[in-house]
Design a protein around this ligand. Structure first.
Ligand code: BEZ
Length: 255
């Protein structure tokens, strides 16, 4: 029997490099956790729990929390924190109506089958349950995507690898939720420039490694070219890089 090889087009996660280069993702979750307003004793699903840092915060507040993620490496890291963390595809959630809330931070933009995701969330919630999430909204990392598209066109690469994300506008996402029977209570697009303490190269390497890998021996040259295209827009005179993040934050109820 041959061992399955990871799909080179698919984003791979390493909990170690995520901790070094992307810890700001969970550090910036205070606002969406405030919207969730978790209460002790509630049963909450953390959809796309990553390495479980926020999941553990919820558990420490007395929540009966289940984390799911599609990355084996992240699930191992979350289990090492003593969490109930399960390997599951967010586009194919396997829960019945057992949760008081479904929560998600910085994960839904990786799940392009948004209709399937929202269907699974609706199914997982008890009547009266709430869905509270934050993820990339319309215009998120627009400069970064545009630079990668330019490099891709110059080098004859696959444009889909430059822009694999789902970044909806608020009215589009609200309409999707309403089609699945949700009542949207709050929804907001929030510009959120994020200073990248470890620079743009490591951001690109952590978040878009399949894009650069497609160029094989020229991967480093493609990365350097992308960095130089971005420098005027995202790097200040002191050499600090800022990513052009825009978040979509939403709170909705299943009647
Ligand atoms: C984000 O968290 O906004 C994000 C993550 C990965 C790629 C692009 C954006």
């Amino acid at each position: 029997m041959t061992e399955a090889r990871p799909d080179p087009r698919r984003q791979q996660w390493s909990s170690g490099s995520y901790d070094t280069h992307a810890r700001f993702v969970s550090d910036l979750a205070t606002g969406v956790v405030d919207w969730l307003a978790p209460r002790a004793g509630e049963r909450i699903l953390d959809l796309g729990c990553g390495d479980g840092v926020i999941t553990a915060e919820l558990r420490d507040r007395g929540v009966d929390v289940v984390g799911v993620d599609a990355s084996e490496d992240f699930i191992a890291a979350a289990r090492a924190r003593g969490l109930d963390a399960r390997l599951m595809d967010g586009e194919d959630l396997r829960f019945g109506p057992e949760f008081d809330a479904v929560f998600s931070n910085a994960a839904l933009h990786w799940m392009t089958q948004a209709d399937a995701v929202v269907r699974g969330i609706a199914r997982a919630l008890k009547p009266g349950g709430r869905f509270v999430a934050e993820f990339g909204g319309h215009g998120n990392v627009a400069a970064i995507v545009t630079a990668m598209r330019a490099v891709c066109q110059r080098r004859g690469g696959d444009l889909a690898l430059a822009d694999p994300w789902y970044f909806p506008a608020p009215q589009v996402y609200q309409a999707l939720l309403e089609r699945h029977g949700f009542r949207v209570e709050r929804i907001a697009l929030i510009p959120r420039p994020v200073v990248l303490k470890t620079g743009i190269e490591s951001w690109l390497a952590v978040f878009r490694q399949p894009f650069f890998a497609q160029f094989g021996a020229a991967a480093d040259a493609a990365l350097a070219e992308t960095v130089e295209l971005l420098r005027p827009a995202l790097c200040d005179a002191d050499g600090n890089w800022t990513a052009d993040y825009v978040r979509l934050r939403v709170a909705a109820v299943k009647p």
